[in-house]
Ligand binder design. Structure first.
Ligand code: GLC
Length: 507
């Protein structure tokens, strides 16, 4: 495979090529064991990695699909090693105590981590810190290895993270406030404040932390601590660390409950809720205000009417006083569905919305990362003239093949979790996933497994794309696995439900 376009391959050849790239070239070792994968395979893109470019490092977010795929393939030891290394790299320095790195790499026997100090704009990846407890839970769920979770190094790591997440703050909302570019969108795109992806990840992370702490407490004989923290007298912990585990367990569940209520109240939109919003009064004072964020009709974009139609719905991008962000963010919405922030009927409305807006979200390459892009003055002001994030490029309306597997998981798990999913819905979503999968197959091997695609239809490879990008390759393998081999694998991403955590007999 040289430079330039390669030939389209048939399915078997494409799978064989993706597997070969993944198993033979993307995986790397750390401390003499396989730990995960680099972001992009270096020797196919000579010149890509000169200077300080970091695509040869192990990114935590890029390794989410890698870890899921490894679990599906039974390689759980690698997942455990990845988690052990990540926990060992949790920051112990003020003011970042408790955060996990964006990426790490081993050089001359030393493991070095980047917490944002080497990234453009010096942004720290908040999503990485939220993914780690989620991956830890998925590992325990898959393997039953509760001994691993109960180790004090893991329990200490989780409580440190929760100390950060549950700390007092300056605003009265359960959301996590972050700077611009703190997640997969890691360049300025006006996604500061309470962007959706961070909030849905926070919800998943809180539930997973609670479940893992529950395991830790059970190992100390505190089985089923009540969610209000009122332990029977003989179980009241004497040592401060156990007391903190209980406190954080209670805090995580309470925060997850509030967060879900809040997201459904302020982020969920459909045709009905928009009409309610348009009728709301403005400029209200006092605690009985119904328009808490003083949102005005003029902020509601015109494209929304057609986009929502009568049965579509989604979680909007961000809530900020007077300035809701109505952009559609694909990953945050998929996570909202698969972590069950959304109810069954809301998930259905979301998938109808995606299906009815395929022209925008899928076009020639599934899936667009966010819609619509920031244009003209908005782009200049809000991105600081960022050339990589020009309209229709990269994060700003670009198309990322690594996102499709999340949609597959979210759609396929729905009828497995809820009974009575109607056949029209099954047909519409099946068609959506199949045609998207076909596009991946036609395009990806021919376009050298590019990282992202540009333009209003996503037909062109991204202007500054890396080739042989790991999450593109493994994302394709996951889509293939979910659609052709075993749709039940969609349950692999299940996080504990609030209901389950609050039930007295679950461990
Ligand atoms: C880019 C992406 C980021 C990803 C990284 C490595 O910076 O924006 O989400 O983690 O590349 O692939």
């Amino acid at each position: 495979m040289g430079k330039g376009q390669s030939k389209a391959l048939d399915l078997d050849q494409a799978i064989a090529q993706a597997e070969e790239l993944f198993w033979k070239q993307a995986l790397v070792m750390c401390q003499n064991q396989t730990v995960g994968a680099v972001a992009a395979i270096q020797n196919h893109s000579p010149g890509d990695f000169h200077g300080d470019l970091n695509y040869g490092e192990v990114f935590i977010r890029d390794n989410v699909p890698v870890m899921v795929y490894l679990m599906i393939k039974g390689k759980t030891k690698v997942v455990r090693h990845f988690l052990d290394i990540s926990f060992s790299l949790q920051s112990t320095k003020t003011p970042t105590v408790g955060i996990f790195p964006t990426s790490f790499t081993e050089r001359d026997g030393l493991v070095m981590a980047d917490y944002g100090q080497r990234a453009i704009g010096r942004v720290a990846s908040v999503d990485a810190s939220l993914w780690i407890p989620i991956l830890a839970h998925l590992y325990v769920q898959k393997t039953g290895d509760t001994e691993w979770a109960a180790q004090s190094k893991i329990q200490v790591g989780l409580t440190q993270l929760l100390t950060l997440l549950l700390r007092p703050r300056f605003h009265h909302a359960p959301t996590l406030y972050v700077p611009d570019a703190a997640f997969m969108i890691d360049r300025p795109l006006d996604v500061w404040g309470a962007p959706l992806e961070i909030q849905t990840l926070l919800y998943g992370a809180l539930l997973c932390c609670a479940k893992l702490l529950k395991i830790g407490l059970a190992h100390k004989g505190i089985v089923n601590p009540p969610v209000d923290g009122n332990l029977p007298r003989h179980q009241i912990p004497r040592d401060p660390f156990t007391a903190q585990q209980v406190k954080h367990y209670v805090g995580a569940i309470a925060c997850a409950k509030d967060l879900r209520r809040y997201l459904l109240r302020h982020y969920w939109v459909n045709s009905k809720s928009i009409q309610v919003l348009r009728q709301r009064p403005n400029e209200e004072y006092g605690d009985r205000a119904v328009n808490e964020y003083n949102i005005r009709t003029e902020t509601i974009p015109h494209w929304l009417q057609d986009w929502l139609g009568t049965r579509g719905g989604y979680l909007l991008g961000n809530i900020r006083t007077g300035k809701p962000d109505f952009r559609f963010f694909t990953l945050g919405n998929c996570l909202g569905a698969l972590f069950d922030v959304l109810s069954y009927s809301q998930q259905e409305a979301l998938f109808y919305l995606i299906a009815q807006n395929q022209k925008d979200l899928v076009a020639q390459m599934p899936l667009r990362i966010c819609h619509p892009p920031l244009d003209d003055e908005d782009w200049r002001r809000d991105t600081g003239y960022d050339p990589k994030n020009r309209p229709w490029s990269y994060h700003n309306g670009g198309h990322w093949p690594c996102l499709l597997w999340f949609l597959c998981v979210a759609v396929l798990r729905l009828p497995q979790v809820y009974t009575g999913v109607n056949s029209e819905f099954q047909e519409v979503t099946r068609e959506l996933l199949e045609s998207s999968y076909k596009l991946l197959l036609q395009q990806l091997p021919a376009q050298r497994w590019a990282e992202y695609f540009d333009g209003p239809t996503g037909l062109w490879t991204g202007q500054q794309t890396r080739y042989y990008q790991t999450w593109t390759i493994v994302g394709f393998l996951l889509v293939h696995h979910l659609l052709d081999v075993d749709p039940r694998a969609a349950r692999i991403l299940d996080v504990p439900s609030l209901k389950e955590l609050c039930r007295p007999d679950s461990v």
